[in-house]
Ligand binder design. Structure first.
Ligand code: AGP
Length: 633
C-alpha cells in the first residue's frame, strides 16, 4: 500500500528520505511528500506533490535549503481515504497548544477517523484535507502537552489508544529536534540501526543501503529513536539510543536481527524493468529456492522450517491453503498437489472470503498462508482466524521477518530474493516450488515411495533449465502481441493443474496492460463464456500434453469454429496441435510431469503480459491503481 521512510541522525535527512521513497515507490505512487524539522523550535518544512516521487524531488530541489535538517519523515501514497490531491498527500500536520508543529506519515486505515475528526474540530483544529491520517496527526498534536510531561512519545501512545484500524506511523515535532517516534499495528515497519542514525521504513529495501541491523516492531508497539549531539564532556560527538514500549507505555525488549538482503539484489542490474529482471532471473531464483531442499539420493525433501512438526504433518487430516491474487492462484495449485501427492483433503480459498464465512476447523487441520510480502491484510486475518479456531498455521512467504513469517507456527521461505515489480512473477514460481516440495514432504511421510519421490525430485531439479528454454521465446511472444494487443477482451483457458495457470495469465494481462481478461477451466467455456467469442478474439489455451489434452484440443476447435484467435502454450515436439492452430500462435514448453507443468506454462503468459503492457505504453513496474502489498482490507 503506502511507503513510509523516516530518518533521525547526523546527516541531512531530506535527500536520504527521497532516496528511500524511490525504493518504496512500488508500494504506492499516487502522491508523495516529506517533512523535515529545521532545528529546535524552528518549525517543520513540508513538501508534498501529486504524482511520482520524481515530481516531489523536483519540487524539493527548487528550494533544498528550506529543507535542511537531520530529522524527517516521508511518504509515498496509495489512496485509501480522500482523493489523490496535494492536501491529502502525506506527511500530515497538527498544531500543538504549545505552538509547535507535529508531522506524521501513515500506512494503514484509521477506521474511527470520522468520530475523532468531529472531536478535534470541536477542539478548534482546522482540517485542510479529507484523509484519515490528518486526523491522527491532529490527535497527536492535541494530546501533546510537554508542560504536563506528555512528550511526543507519550502523546503518540495516548493517541493510538484512541484509534481503531491499522497503522504504521512515523511522527516528528519541532520541539524535539532529535527524536523520532514510530509505531505499528497491522502494517509493516522496520527500524534500521545505522551509524549515528536510525532509518525507519515500511520495508527492508529502503533500509539496506544504510544498515543490515534491524528491529521489527510488533503490533501495538511504539519506538522512541533519539539521535543527537552528545552532552558536553562525552568523547563521542554524537549519541543515539532507542526504547520500545507498548501503547500503554510498558517497556518491551527488542531483538536486533540481521537483514538477509543486499543492495545489489534490489537494483535493476541493467534491465529496463524490475518485472523483466524478475522474469529472467526465475531459473536462478528457483535454483536458490530449492538449494539444500532436494535430496535426490535419499528421495526426500528437506524443509528445515517444518522439522519440528513433521510427525504432526504426517497425521494431518485436512489442509486449507489460502491467499489473494497471484498467491491465491498458487494456493489453488497447492490444493491439487496436496491431494494428489499427500492424499490429504485440501481446500483452497480466497483469504478475504475464508476469514468472514465462519469456517469449520476440525482437529488436525493445517492452514497454509501463501504470500510474497507476508503483509497482505486479508491473508493475515484469515491466518489469525484459523489459528483462533485451533488450526496449525504454516506460512509460504518470501519476505524474511515479515508479519506472516513471525505469526505462523512454522513455514517455508520462498528464497527467490526481493520482488520489486508490482506484478508477481518469480515469487509465484517460488510459491509453486515450495508448495510442491511441501506436498512431497508430507506425501513421503504417508504413502509415496522413495522411488516415486526420487523421480519427481529429479524432474523438479531440472525445471530451472527448462524455464531457461522457455525464456528464449520472448521475442516470438512480443511479435504475437503486436498482432493482437489492440483487442480488449481475452480468454485464458486451461485444465487440471493448468486451470490456475489460466487464472494467473489473465491476472497478469489485466494488471499490466489494463486489457480485460478472464481465466477459467477450459470446460467452463461452453457454459456461457463461449458467447463472447467473436472474430479475432484472442483465446489463450494452456494445451500441454497430459490427461486432458484431447479435451483441450476440442475446446480449441470450438473456439476456432467461431472465429477466435488461438494463442496456445504447447509441449515441445507436439506436432498434433499444429493442425488446429492454422495461422495462430504456439509457444512451446519442454515436457514435464503434469504437477510440475505450471512452473513452465506460466512463463510465456508472464512475457505475454509484459510485452502487452509495453506495447500499450504502460508503466510495467508501477501499473495504475495497484500497489505491491495490499496491507489494508
Ligand atoms: C500479483 O501480480 C498482484 N500484485 C497481487 O495479486 C498479489 O499477488 C496479491 O496482492 C497478494 O500479495 P502477497 O503475495 O504479497 O500476499
Amino acid at each position: 500500500m503506502c511507503g513510509i521512510v523516516a530518518y533521525v541522525g547526523n546527516k541531512s535527512a531530506a535527500a536520504l528520505l527521497i532516496e528511500g521513497l524511490k525504493r518504496l515507490e512500488y508500494r504506492g505512487y499516487d502522491s508523495a511528500g516529506l517533512a523535515v524539522v529545521r532545528g529546535q523550535d524552528q518549525g517543520i518544512a513540508l513538501c508534498r506533490s501529486v504524482g511520482r516521487v520524481s515530481v516531489l524531488e523536483a519540487r524539493y530541489a527548487k528550494d533544498a535549503a528550506i529543507y535542511e535538517g537531520q530529522l524527517g519523515v516521508a511518504h509515498t501514497r496509495w489512496a485509501t481515504h480522500g482523493k489523490v490531491t496535494e492536501e491529502n498527500a502525506h506527511p500530515h500536520i497538527g498544531a500543538t497548544r504549545s505552538g509547535h508543529t507535529v508531522a506524521l506519515v501513515h500506512n494503514g486505515t484509521i477506521e474511527n477517523y470520522a468520530t475523532l475528526r468531529k472531536y478535534l474540530e470541536g477542539r478548534g483544529h482546522q482540517f485542510y484535507g479529507q484523509s484519515d491520517t490528518e486526523v491522527l496527526a491532529k490527535l497527536v498534536a492535541e494530546l501533546y502537552e510537554p508542560q504536563k510531561n506528555i512528550d511526543l512519545e507519550r502523546a503518540v501512545q495516548l493517541a493510538l489508544q484512541e484509534v481503531t484500524g491499522a497503522y504504521a506511523i512515523a511522527v516528528i515535532c519541532d520541539r524535539e529536534a532529535h527524536t523520532l517516534i514510530c509505531a505499528r499495528k497491522g502494517s509493516p515497519l522496520t527500524i534500521g540501526l545505522a551509524d549515528n542514525a536510525y532509518v525507519v521504513a515500511s520495508d527492508q529495501s529502503a533500509i539496506v543501503a544504510h544498515t543490515t541491523q534491524v528491529i521489527h516492531l510488533n503490533d501495538y508497539q511504539v519506538a522512541r529513536l533519539c539521535a543527537g549531539p552528545s552532552d558536553h564532556g562525552s568523547n563521542e560527538p554524537w549519541s543515539i539510543d532507542f526504547r520500545t514500549t507498548t501503547i500503554d507505555n510498558v517497556t518491551v525488549e527488542q531483538q536486533v536481527t540481521e537483514l538477509e538482503l543486499d543492495l545489489q539484489q534490489i537494483e535493476l542490474a541493467g534491465y529496463p524493468h524490475y518485472m523483466l529482471k524478475e522474469i529472467m532471473e526465475q531459473p536462478e531464483a528457483l535454483r536458490t529456492s530449492m538449494t539444500g531442499r532436494l535430496d535426490l539420493r535419499e528421495g526426500r525433501v528437506v524443509l528445515g522450517g517444518l522439522t519440528n512438526m513433521s510427525r504432526d504433518l504426517a497425521r494431518a487430516r485436512k489442509f486449507i491453503i489460502t491467499g489473494q491474487g497471484t498467491a491465491y492462484h498458487a494456493a489453488l495449485i497447492g490444493e491439487y498437489l496436496m491431494e494428489e501427492m499427500a492424499r490429504i483433503p485440501c481446500e483452497c480459498e480466497y483469504a478475504s472470503e475464508f476469514r468472514y464465512r465462519n469456517p469449520v476447523i476440525e482437529e488436525g487441520t493445517f492452514v497454509v498462508a501463501v504470500s510474497q510480502s507476508g503483509e497482505t491484510s486479508d491473508t493475515l486475518e484469515a491466518l489469525r482466524e484459523a489459528r483462533e479456531r485451533g488450526a496449525v498455521s504454516l506460512g509460504v512467504v518470501n519476505v524474511v521477518g515479515s508479519t506472516m513469517s513471525r505469526e505462523t507456527d512454522a513455514g517455508v521461505y520462498l528464497r527467490v530474493g526481493p520482488e520489486i515489480g508490482v506484478a508477481s512473477t518469480k515469487a509465484f514460481l517460488g510459491q509453486l516450488a515450495v508448495l510442491t516440495m511441501m506436498a512431497l514432504y508430507v506425501g513421503r511421510r504417508r504413502h509415496l515411495s522413495q522411488q516415486t519421490i526420487g523421480e519427481l525430485l529429479t524432474e523438479l531439479a531440472a525445471i530451472p533449465d527448462k524455464i531457461s528454454q522457455v525464456l528464449k521465446q520472448s521475442e516470438k511472444i512480443q511479435a504475437c502481441v503486436e498482432k493482437v494487443v489492440d483487442r480488449n477482451n481475452w480468454l485464458f483457458l486451461g485444465r487440471g493443474y493448468n486451470y490456475p495457470v489460466a487464472l494467473e495469465g489473465a491476472l497478469k494481462l489485466k494488471e499490466l496492460s489494463y486489457i480485460h481478461a478472464e481465466g477459467m477451466p477450459a470446460a467452463e467455456m461452453k457454459h456461457g463464456p463461449i458467447a463472447l467469442i467473436d472474430e479475432g478474439m484472442p483465446v489463450v489455451f494452456i494445451a500441454t500434453q497430459g490427461n486432458q489434452y484431447d479435451k483441450v484440443i476440442s475446446n480449441i476447435e470450438e473456439v476456432k469454429a467461431r472465429g477466435g484467435r488461438i494463442i496456445a502454450v504447447a509441449t515441445e515436439g507436439d506436432q498434433h496441435i499444429e493442425r488446429y492452430c492454422e495461422g495462430d500462435f504456439i509457444f512451446r514448453v519442454p515436457h514435464a510431469a503434469e504437477p510440475l507443468q505450471p512452473l513452465l506454462t506460466t512463463v510465456p503468459l508472464q512475457l505475454l503480459a509484459y510485452h502487452a503492457a509495453l506495447q500499450r505504453g504502460h508503466d510495467v513496474d508501477k501499473p495504475r491503481n495497484l500497489a505491491k502489498s495490499v496491507t489494508v482490507e
